[in-house]
Design a protein around this ligand. Sequence first.
Ligand code: IDC
Length: 334
Amino acid sequence: MRKKGKKWFGLLIAIVFLCAFCVPVAAASKLPRLQVKSTQLVNSSGKKVQLRGISTHGLSWYPEYVNQSAFTFMKKNWKVNAVRLAMYTAEYNGYCTGDASNRRKLEACIDNAVKYATNAGMYVIIDWHILSDGNPKTHQKASKAFFKDMSKVLKGYDNVLYEICNEPNGGTDWKTIKSYAKAVIPVIRENDKDAVIIVGTPTWSQDVDQAAASPISGYKNIMYAFHFYAGTHKDDLRNKMTNAIKAGLPVFVTEFGITDASGNGGIDKKEANKWIKALDKYDVSYVAWNVSNKNESSAMIKSSCTKKSGFKRSDLSTSGKWVYDLLWKKAGKN
Ligand code: IDC
């Protein structure tokens, strides 16, 4: 009897031991860690890489599109190699305006999303999506705590990039953004020496000229966000972008749309094509806004479609189809 008990005890210990090491975590990313060389992203052998991705809508707004099947589908059928996780800080159950349980929910959502993206073989951008809270300093303390935790938990994931402030606005100047960046970057660097960190720029991430005039020094693998909406933004903004790149600034278009800047309204395909031509010329990485079926023209999915994955071309909105065709055209080109 005693002997039998011992046997069972041994078995129990073995099971506990096995379980502890078999927690279903995603396999470490097989994607090469990206670095910034001159104005571009490159892989570990120095070859240029252009990320072409899509952004979620707000993670609190549309968490239902964060599922393994959708992420695998986007990689295989939409030909994206990156997904951006837009976590609003202020709007609609934002991370900084909701309660603690909302924060835990968003953290779990990001955790899952990173695993899904990793399993699907995609890069993933964690976006601290400031918007109505136009000055990133407003929630600097929360941002530091968030990125400290995230970079600690995700340190083994070579496919993670950090975007530390979506779109500073409301007159927030570059000096202020720089001071915020200098507070947040070291927190990430403490856990992750190499991950690419993308910093937003003044006026809804449009004034890359200001960043080019005074880039952040002392850290490698830093990029600068630039956003455009083809229905609103034309040659003058495009020139601002190309001039900043020519001046040596590593620019990443972490958000763009072919609608107007409200995310709704008219679509301008002619202007959108001009933008893509300019991005391709400089191998700028870009991410389209947004994966949802919201009744707005920038949403990729028709509002009548309630699927959460497995979308047919006919389930896509006009801008969804445009983005789809673009991604297919580029598929396979690094
Ligand atoms: C928009 C969404 C819309 C939502 C709104 C919240 O498309 O459904 O109601 O935010 O204020 C941005 C922002 C991005 C905006 C998008 C379109 O980064 O959050 O999304 N946009 O307005 N910058 C320029 C355009």
